[in-house]
Ligand binder design. Structure first.
Ligand code: ATP
Ligand code: BTN
Length: 254
């Protein structure tokens, strides 16, 4: 692993053969003073988590699961929701550059290959009172076929990188490529270039999608794209435009 990370400006790396959640490890470490770009990598997570405490399946030997500590200076709280898209775009561009794949982003935080979920991103903020101490950006990528959960345990179809590439790829090589892209975008998530690249990879643009909130209410709408603040742009039946903040909304193609 360390061999692959050579050349990247990472101050400290912690590797666990097994842990609960690398996001929890990185949050705990950040609370104890982990430096900017401190990295936690695990082979196997026993309590990997997604948004809103949903579970993220990470069996041993098959997935890429890592979390990085970011300490943005003077970040406005309005920009915090842009960190999971930062993770998603970094994974997308790494997969494009390394394996010539055409991944897309299912707004706001999932990466799809052939319309199936290959990666999830979870950004969590660490606060001390009103002050933002750190953002932990956690990324989980299904690499080998055994990392793909059984169909009856997931809500959205899933796939893995190996299946799309047609051979078994090296997880740590992919990790290094994702981090390289991430470090290039870090600090630029409010630029127009970032939005342009994000929007270019947005899945289901120009298509009808269903948005559903946790209460089960749902509606169908035409997906137009993203606003520069990360909000989703939708067109309603009467032709009017509506936007949605990044939150607990499920997005499904029709
Ligand atoms: P969805 O993925 O259903 O659109 P979401 O993006 O809001 O919803 P998240 O909380 O981001 O969901 O992701 C967690 C969900 O991902 C879990 O509820 C589970 O259905 C699914 N999941 C868990 N592990 C994996 C995995 N390794 N690969 C693909 N999907 C997974
Ligand atoms: C999602 O789709 O909801 C996000 C899943 C995020 C999973 C990654 S795996 C590494 C890191 N550690 C966690 O517990 N979660 C993230």
């Amino acid at each position: 692993l360390l061999l692959y990370l050579e050349g990247l400006p990472l101050p400290e790396v912690r590797f666990y053969a097994e842990t609960g959640s690398t996001n929890q490890d990185a949050l705990d470490w950040a609370a104890q003073g982990a430096p900017e770009l401190a990295l936690v990598v695990a082979d196997h997570q026993t309590a990997g988590r997604g948004r809103f405490s949903r579970q993220w399946f990470t069996p041993p030997g098959a997935a890429l699961a890592f979390s990085i500590v970011l300490r943005p200076v003077q970040v406005s709280t309005a920009h915090i929701p842009l960190y999971s898209p930062l993770g998603a775009l970094s994974v997308v561009q790494a997969l494009e550059n390394a394996y010539h794949l055409k991944p897309q982003i299912k707004w706001p935080n999932d990466v799809l290959l052939n319309d199936r979920k290959v990666c999830g991103v979870l950004a969590e903020a660490l606060w001390q009172g009103e002050a933002l101490q750190a953002i932990v950006l956690g990324i989980g990528i299904n690499v080998a076929p055994s990392s793909v959960p059984p169909a009856d345990q997931i809500l959205f179809p899933a796939t893995c990188v190996d299946e799309a590439v047609g051979r078994s790829i090296n997880r740590w090589e992919l990790l290094a490529k994702v981090l390289k892209v991430l470090l290039e975008w870090h600090g630029k998530i409010t630029t127009s270039a970032f939005f342009a690249e994000w929007q270019k990879r947005l899945a289901f643009v120009g298509q009808m999608v269903r948005l559903e909130n946790p209460g089960g209410d749902s509606f169908e709408s035409l997906l137009l794209g993203v606003h520069t603040n990360g909000h989703l742009r939708l067109q309603l039946d009467d032709g009017s435009e509506r936007s949605f903040a990044i939150g607990d909304l499920k997005l499904r193609p029709l």
